[in-house]
Ligand binder design. Structure first.
Ligand SMILES: [Zn+2]
Ligand SMILES: [Zn+2]
Length: 350
């Protein structure tokens, strides 16, 4: 589209776009900072805040936490107790085996001088048996403690899940309002931007400061899609689809209006005289359209029959080509100067 513009115009056009983009980028950065500093808006509500009574859950959890080291400690002591019990039991079993061998010898030899020794060894065996029993008892105590701890922890967990279940309804309500609040705040920030952008788009297109206004429009569009759309509450898709329907209706309304305006212009142009229409056209735009083989006035294709020169639009009668008044070269009727001899002014009808 830049083909028929002068070179500096092309460069200025490009630079203006860069200005628009840079302006939009800085505005987006600034807007991001503002949104990030919004007071406490992003805080997510948690279900813990809706447990009643309020201090029940922390108390319960801290008790669970104090149980944990005791459970670990009991497990360690259980292992140690089991080792002690095993070694006591082994010691007793070994001593009893020796004792039985010894008794067998005593019965075989029937030597009465050995009786005090029998009594001593029996006492030793009793001593070992009582140690094994002690180990057994302390082991049972540890296991009872473990069972108590496990039961208490289970009861606490059941109570915790009961509390959380009771808080569920209130939490969901709070979540709903939180989403709505966040969306409302973002809408309050974004809506004025969108309104201003719409006004700029409608009023300022083509003005000297349009590149800056265009930057602002880009910023507003970006903000809409990034800062607002993702925060639309869904409500099962109702809001999203409703917004889609409204947006499409608005866009459709403006497209239809623009098309009607364009058709009306073309109809009005068709009623004007050839001279009036020629006068209304800008020479640059006309040269551009004619180079694309399109009539500058009615925008339909330039046509002709066989080899007849296409001097007039066959649809609307606009003069497209004429002859230089000086050298009679056939030329574009919108050229300011004759391309052959350079003489000024409108040529004669070919
Ligand atoms: Zn035409
Ligand atoms: Zn000429």
């Amino acid at each position: 589209m830049f083909k028929f513009l002068r070179v500096p115009e092309k460069i200025f056009g490009l630079v203006m776009w860069l200005v628009s983009l840079a302006f939009a980028t800085f505005l987006i950065g600034l807007g991001g900072k503002v949104v990030a500093d919004l007071p406490r808006l992003g805080d997510r509500v948690t279900i813990d805040d809706y447990v009643t009574p309020r201090d029940a859950l922390p108390a319960l959890r801290s008790e669970l936490r104090t149980l944990e080291p005791r459970v670990r400690d009991a497990a360690t002591r259980q292992q140690q107790g089991r080792l002690a019990l095993d070694s006591a039991r082994n010691a007793y079993n070994a001593a009893r085996a020796t004792h039985q061998n010894w008794l067998a010898t005593r019965t075989a030899t029937t030597d009465p001088s050995q009786d005090p020794e029998v009594i001593r060894r029996t006492r030793e065996l009793d001593e070992l048996k009582s140690r094994e029993r002690q180990a057994q008892v302390s082991m049972e105590a540890i296991e009872r403690e473990q069972l108590d701890l496990a039961q208490r922890a289970d009861a606490l967990r059941v109570r915790e899940s009961d509390l959380l279940r009771d808080a569920q309804a209130a939490f969901q309500r709070a979540q709903f309002w939180q989403e709505l609040r966040v969306f409302g705040a973002r809408l309050a920030l974004t809506l004025p931007l969108l309104v201003i952008a719409g006004a700029l788009w409608a009023r300022k297109r083509g003005s000297d400061y349009w590149p800056l206004h265009r930057g602002f429009v880009l910023f507003a569009v970006f903000t809409f899609f990034v800062e607002l759309v993702p925060y639309l509450p869904s409500y099962g898709g109702y809001v999203r689809y409703t917004v889609g329907v409204i947006a499409t209706a608005i866009v459709g309304h403006y497209v239809i209006k623009a098309m009607r305006r364009y058709l009306a212009q073309r109809q009005a142009a068709a009623k004007q005289s050839e001279a009036e229409r020629r006068h209304a056209l800008s020479a640059d735009a006309a040269v551009k359209k004619l180079a694309a083989n399109v009539c500058p006035a009615c925008e339909r294709a330039v046509m002709t029959t066989d080899k007849a020169p296409a001097n007039f639009c066959v649809h609307c009668g606009l003069k497209l080509f004429d002859e230089c008044g000086n050298c009679h070269t056939r030329k574009n009727a919108f050229f300011h100067y004759c391309p052959s001899c350079g003489s000024v002014g409108a040529g004669q009808t070919a």
